[in-house]
Design a protein around this ligand. Sequence first.
Ligand code: ATP
Ligand code: MG
Length: 565
Amino acid sequence: MATADADRPLNFIQEIIEEDLRTGKWDGRVHTRFPPEPNGYLHIGHAKSICLNFGLGEQYNGKCTLRFDDTNPIKEEDEYVNSITEDIRWLGYDLEGRVLFASDYFEQMYDYAVQLIKAGKAYVCDLSAEETRQYRGTLTEPGKNSPYRDRSVDENLDLFDRMRKGEFPDGSRTLRAKVDMASPNLNMRDPVIYRILHAEHHRSGDAWCVYPMYDWAHGLEDSIEGITHSICTLEFENHRPLYDWFLDQLGVYHPQQIEFARLELNYTVMSKRKLLELVQEGHVSGWDDPRMPTLSGLRRRGYTPESIRNFCADIGVAKFNSVIDVVRLENAVRDDLNKRAPRVMGVLRPLKVVIENYPEDQTEELEAINNPEDPAAGTRKVPFGRVLYIERDDFLEEPPRKFFRLAPGREVRLRYAYFITCQDVVKDDNGDVVELRCTYDPATKGGDAPDGRKVKATLHWVSAAHALDAEVRLYDRLFTVENPGGAKDGTDYKDFLNPDSLEALTHCKLEPTLADASPGERFQFERQGYFCVDPDSTDAILVFNRTVSLKDTWAKIARRQKKSK
Ligand code: ATP
Ligand code: MG
């Protein structure tokens, strides 16, 4: 039998599936589903569920369907349907034209409710929402039966029909399952299965004014579609008895619900309500802001689908909740881009360098390696001239002991070019260094000295005459604390928004080979990290997002802090 990854042991869901295949429980079928509610954009937590469900479908030659769980007309929109579909395709999963909508089953679900009423297992209840809550009881006290619980089947059928026909206002009546008001599981205390809501639905329009509740709808959707393994997150564990009860009462096809631990990431919020709030209140530029944990945000940031799939495979699937360090996500994209991103040179904070002994009108084309990790990527020519830009951080007038880069009188290597020595600095009226006067050694072309002398640093650079102007957006975490949503002291997650999460550098200089780069293309800027062209780019100026730095600088900072303690 196939396994997702020969190196990895089976997770507990794969074990269940393989046992089912062995015993022939589902006639050898595997059919999972991913059931998002179209009320927001997908985030990295959803990716875990997508990779799991579509991954199992692929692995066991089964099926996985995308089904929109669109049973709540209030918050659902086509914009979300479109973005979710696009994100799943982008992750690399084949939908094979099987995009389904729970709303297509409204009629069938209604018929099932009628069946439940006829079986004496559902009733129309006139308690208000508040009264229903009071009657429900608590974890330590049993609930009380609704005074409407013993209505006759005929009365219930009549009232439910009239609910559907729109005779009653919102909230005036519900249809409830007749289970057990004394059950220790609150979900079993006569749950509401239909509510009255005169609201326009994104697909069914105003055809309905009663809408099914999640617990009722979900199992029926799974049953109608012939799902075998209905995989959901742990908070639905105590809804499973109800899932089973409904399907058993109706005597219909009955999938198995299996719960797994949802993905939680530190320095991140993942609730759709909070993500929507960040968008609506303008804390970010939109759902696809590169700081957002949404798939559209990660895509714009430069994440590859492969890196996200690798991350999801790496974190695995378990039965207990845990928080994953966001560094593991960042490392996944580093590993992937290291293999495939072409290397280029780009100067983020330029400092002008004039090579005094380099001829005024000369330029040279120097050969640069496109990707040392991928010999097939070949080489390219980068122009070199008398005036260059280097990174401002690569020069210090008074270097401390461990600073090996450029300083007055010091010699360094320019990558793929020559050794240069700093002879002089030019300052402005404020005393800030605005230009370096250097000399180069023509014998060191390509970056090696024939006399074998060594330099301690290799700097990236860009020829001023050929440079492209660019804006580069550097990102830091959106939140300053590990668990922004989890504080119990009355603070709000928005209190922890990082004011420095975006730094836009607007005077960057890039090598001219980038002139034709188009939105979505990814590069490594040598020594600076991985970058992706942003759709904000225009003919006049390229805009890049930094996906990640080359190393996990946070780990370095943490180590330094530990050392100094
Ligand atoms: P809400 O309940 O607020 O609408 P949700 O994130 O549960 O938010 P859904 O659209 O219902 O939204 O989620 C679709 C699927 O994705 C569900 O099966 C859910 O279990 C799964 N899912 C959601 N968040 C995570 C997560 N953080 N980790 C793993 N799976 C998740
Ligand atoms: Mg949900």
